[in-house]
Ligand binder design. Structure first.
Ligand code: GLU
Length: 423
């Protein structure tokens, strides 16, 4: 099943709970129907010159899901699996995520079908600039604000902002977030998604009454999100026993030294290679084995559909904290619920990134920058508020974390749509 079908199922599953909150059932039904379709999906084929003089084309998308709560907002990913179905799903999750944390944004997401490892830096720059020219007609500080996502970061945002500003002939730093600090980026933005997740881990531990030292964690994925989550959780005292990349997972029962793993990853490129050169220091296991480890907390921080009906039955963790977008399918959710495994959903756990993007946008619009302490403490406050509101709904309605988060978000989205007469 495609990712978009998963989102639609997740929305359908909570529709019944919203009936308590809206008197006008017909308007509710119509608003939900509208939320099951992005408002606009822009598509194009980008053509760039390769270093060898030949040209190559790349499919590219931007899905603008809903802007009833504010401008569309969401990242841009560079990945071979990007598709129209995927950006539609990811943009819907962005609308839900932004409503969960209460930032006044709608949802958007874009992507280019490309394996960035196959391109040189100069080719990636030409591709990013071509994409920004395509975006330039329909993004802007009060229209749609892109940001980094899988395989993109400050470097790509700098190229895109520069190209966008060339087209529009003015400085508009608030059009993109996740920028380098020198171009108006916010302190704390790079770590923000991982940091937000580490706060969720802390809040959940307080709820269940466990201490960090007694808690073992396995993290799937060691990109920006997986790395920062592991690093910050490890600094807080949690025992990170396994981390993986696409080549495999490093496992040490006593806990990994994340700084050393990061240093080796930068030096050797893959975990497989690290395990080889480090002799007996690490046990190399595969990604599936990592998912089935008997740990307290499992953190999928790579891509969607990591935990499906095929492997959900083998999960032994007590809690899953979703740091990727859409890593657990609805079928897997049903199995996990039956097995009493808590799933703290992506739309809460990984919302730290977009929350600090919001702070970055606010700073750009004010022409004033915040100290890093302010960024982190306001992030913590917003994550705590969202966590507590979701926990209240979870208790009240006796539902999963995901359903509670969706009830909170859809209530906010439907209310905004009703106020605008969009139903
Ligand atoms: N790509 C991130 C996400 O999926 C951040 C989006 C943003 O900052 O706009 O939440």
């Amino acid at each position: 099943m495609g990712a978009f079908a998963n989102v639609l199922k997740q929305i359908d599953e909570v529709a019944v709970f919203l009936e308590d909150d809206f008197e006008d059932k017909k308007a509710l039904k119509s608003a939900l129907k509208n939320l099951k379709k992005p408002q606009k999906v822009h598509k194009t084929t980008l053509k760039i010159k390769l270093d060898n003089g030949k040209t190559r084309t790349f499919k590219a998308f931007r899905s603008q899901h809903n802007n009833s709560r504010g401008p569309y907002k969401g990242g841009i990913r560079f990945h071979p699996n990007v598709s129209e179905d995927e950006v539609k799903a990811l943009s819907t999750w962005m609308s839900i995520k932004n409503a969960v944390v209460g930032v006044a944004y709608g949802g958007g997401k874009g992507g280019i079908v490309v394996d960035p490892k196959e391109l040189s830096e100069a080719e990636l720059e030409r591709l990013s600039r071509a994409y920004a020219r395509f975006l330039s007609k329909f993004v802007g500080p009060w229209i749609d604000i892109p940001a980094p996502d899988v395989n993109t970061g400050g470097r790509e945002m700098a190229w895109m902002l520069d190209e966008y500003e060339k087209v529009h002939k003015q400085s508009t730093p608030a059009t993109f977030t996740g920028k380098p600090i020198e171009l108006g980026g916010s302190l704390g933005r790079t770590e923000a998604t991982g940091r937000g997740g580490s706060y969720v881990l802390e809040f959940d531990s307080a709820l269940t009454g466990v201490t960090p030292v007694k808690t073992s964690v396995a993290v799937q994925g060691f990109g920006n999100v997986g790395y920062w989550f592991s690093k910050l959780a490890s600094d807080m005292g949690y025992r990170i026993v396994a981390v993986s990349d696409s080549s495999g997972a490093l496992y040490v029962k006593k806990g990994l030294n994340i700084d050393k793993v990061k240093e080796d990853k930068d030096k050797y490129g893959s975990f497989e290679k690290i395990a080889k050169v480090s002799k007996d220091k690490y046990k190399l296991i595969d990604n599936e084995d990592l998912l089935g480890l008997g740990v307290d907390i499992l953190v999928p921080a790579a891509l969607e559909n990591a935990i499906t009906k095929k492997n959900a039955g083998g999960i032994k963790a007590k809690t899953i904290i979703e740091m990727a977008n859409g890593p657990v399918t609805p079928e897997a959710d049903t199995i996990l619920e039956k097995n009493k495994i808590e799933v703290i959903p992506d739309v809460l756990s990984n919302a730290g990134g977009v929350t600090v993007s919001y702070f970055e946008w606010v700073q750009n619009l004010h022409g004033y920058s915040w100290k890093e302490d302010r960024v982190n403490s306001e992030l913590r406050e917003m994550m705590k508020k969202a966590f507590d509101s979701i926990f209240e709904i979870k208790k009240q309605k006796n539902v999963t974390w995901r359903k509670a988060a969706y009830i909170l978000a859809l209530k906010r989205l439907v209310t905004a749509m009703m106020l605008r007469g969009r139903c």
